[in-house]
Write a protein that binds this ligand. Structure first.
Ligand code: ATP
Ligand code: MG
Ligand code: FE
Length: 340
């Protein structure tokens, strides 16, 4: 069994050819970061147009690298939810077209479940049952996972996602886009106790998150309460580092606290963590400290599988094992932050 996986939910166009034991035979990612940098965020129309240009060359590169003949593929799997409508459509239309042309069945991938499956790809044995934390550009969600495909949504952000908050704080400090890596690099040399930023809902029983108040608190700290003009702001590198470190500490405190509480409440032996923000060194370190203290196993997605890629689409192999194929009227489900 060999599958082609396609990922185009946001601003990465990616494809991979994966064997049934999970071996990656070929893969290609075309990132659009440079296209969106001047807007300090992903512009949906720009993303969709770039996907159109890139999707076929990306698929072609992954297939050539693998040496696999398209008509010998077992299935074509595509992330059809959640994400930006225009971006999702490009991947789904490409997958359907090739499925018809090559007479190969389709499999649908939930992008967020795939982010978590990246953890399974890094593990020697099954990571299930577990609590799954997705921390990405559009989502901050906790799941109780019985298997790769049986996930109960426990809660998620009611406003900004963790990654989005990193990107917005980076924009305030003029650190470029995407902001996560730049903020975490500066945070490493900053004082985490310089500013007492809010840890919204940290003591609440539920598993929802909120990061917009934190984002506003950082803004007021930079420009003054009620103000939004950044043009006159002059901060030293150390002041920026202290802001980043204090902001990062607030985000990480909430993520770690809610995750370890979910592990205890559902009595799962482990926590798995995927999505772009899972690449954050301080989050990784603090999660490990919590895992050691509480005695659960921690599996975080490998660094190269944290942000969007098609390799995590290997979750489609689990669906094929269950005989779960999609029909040719497969449609996208766009949107953000709800219980996907
Ligand atoms: P979603 O998966 O919700 O649809 P997405 O696919 O756009 O959103 P990902 O590609 O998983 O999101 O992750 C991108 C996000 O990860 C960006 O917001 C980026 O700033 C953040 N990120 C990347 N590296 C780091 C880091 N070291 N620290 C914090 N955030 C980071
Ligand atoms: Mg991206
Ligand atoms: Fe993603």
């Amino acid at each position: 069994m060999t599958i082609l996986t396609i990922e185009s939910t946001c601003d990465e166009t990616a494809a991979a050819v994966i064997a049934d034991d999970g071996t990656v035979l070929g893969q290609c990612i075309a990132t659009q970061e440079a296209l969106h940098a001047e807007f300090q965020g992903v512009v949906p129309e720009v993303a969709a147009r770039a996907h159109v240009e890139r999707i076929m060359p990306v698929i072609d590169t992954a297939l050539r690298q693998s040496g696999v003949r398209p008509d010998t593929l077992t299935a074509i799997a595509v992330a059809d939810r959640p994400g930006l409508a225009g971006s999702l459509l490009v991947g789904v239309v490409a997958a359907k077209t090739l499925a018809v042309a090559w007479d190969i069945p389709l499999v649908s991938i939930n992008h967020l479940h795939a982010h978590l499956y990246a953890c399974q790809l890094a593990a020697d044995s099954t990571v299930y049952p577990c609590i799954g934390l997705v921390v990405s550009g559009g989502h901050t969600s906790l799941y109780h996972c019985q298997s790769a495909l049986d996930l109960d949504y426990l809660g998620g952000t009611i406003d900004d996602a963790a990654g989005e908050a990193f990107d917005k704080v980076a924009a305030m400090l003029n650190l470029g886009f995407p902001g996560g890596p730049a903020v975490s690099k500066l945070a490493a040399v900053g004082d985490r106790r310089a500013h007492a930023f809010p840890r919204s809902m940290i003591h609440d029983e539920h598993y929802n998150f909120s990061f917009s108040g934190l984002k506003t608190a950082v803004r007021y700290c930079i420009v003054g309460p009620g103000k939004s003009d950044f043009s006159a702001v002059r901060l030293t590198e150390q002041e920026k580092a202290d802001l980043c470190a204090s902001f990062e500490a607030a985000v990480v405190d909430v993520l770690v606290s809610k995750s370890r509480r979910a592990v205890a409440a559902y009595k799962t032996p482990r926590l798995i963590v995927g999505g772009g923000v899972a690449a954050n060194p301080y989050l990784r370190e603090q999660l490990q400290t919590a895992a050691d203290a509480d005695g659960f196993q921690l599996v975080i997605a490998p660094m190269d599988l944290c942000s969007d890629n098609a390799v995590m689409g290997a979750i489609a192999l689990e669906k094929i094992k269950r005989g779960e194929f999609a029909s040719l009227d497969l449609d996208i489900t766009a949107g953000l932050q709800r219980g996907f």
